[in-house]
Design a protein around this ligand. Structure first.
Ligand code: IMP
Ligand code: MG
Length: 182
């Protein structure tokens, strides 16, 4: 069904349906919490792009969308610990409530760093959101405000998440076979 890409996956952790349910759950939470407020969703490229699009389509209140690019991974499966912003937002945020959106909260370093960066722009508030939360992988004290699914420590791909820039287009989230890394 997923042709040869599927052959690189050892296990599907979350199906398209699992993801859809998680996205709807978060969308309804955000909808409830931000009634009558001026919301800006900021997606972290590239991983959060599919998630942000699906999430936004399920939030039935007025909102704006922007994107940032930051990197902390150097082609491996572990964070380098330093975050570099290569594309910042272009919208004025002084009258906005920001929700910063990533595919997965892992060490917590990226979302912590970018939350601090965005607070310096003086928005009304900054909260964070990730489809997957891997709380046991934290390297810094960080709690994600909105999450879809608590995930195990495994490195995963699909639905935006990559290994060496591949597998982002998979509609599900899975674990790669060991042979892919060798
Ligand atoms: P953190 O700063 O360690 O929380 O890193 C978050 C970033 O690491 C996310 O934006 C992802 O791009 C990447 N990442 C963390 N875990 C995974 C994974 O299991 N698969 C793919 N990318 C991941
Ligand atoms: Mg990322």
């Amino acid at each position: 069904m997923y042709s040869n890409l599927n052959e690189d996956i050892s296990k599907v952790l979350y199906s398209e349906e699992d993801i859809k349910q998680a996205v709807i759950k978060i969308a309804k939470e955000i909808e409830n919490d931000y009634q009558g407020k001026n919301v800006l969703l900021i997606g972290l490229l590239k991983g959060a792009a599919p998630f942000l699009c699906d999430l936004a389509r399920n939030i039935n209140i007025n909102l704006s969308i922007d994107f940032m690019t930051a990197s902390s991974y150097y082609n491996g499966t572990e964070t380098s610990g330093t975050v570099t912003i290569t594309k910042d937002i272009s919208i004025d945020v002084k009258d906005k409530h920001i929700i910063l959106i990533d595919d997965v909260a892992d060490s917590g370093i990226t979302l912590t760093y970018l939350t601090n960066h965005l607070r310096e722009k003086n928005p009304l508030s900054v909260k964070t959101c990730a489809l997957l939360d891997k709380p046991l992988r934290r390297k810094v004290d960080f709690t994600v405000d909105y999450f879809g699914i608590i995930a195990p420590n495994d490195f995963v791909v699909g639905y935006g998440m990559d290994y060496q820039e591949k597998y982002r287009q998979l509609p599900y989230i899975g674990i790669l076979k060991e042979t892919v890394y060798s």
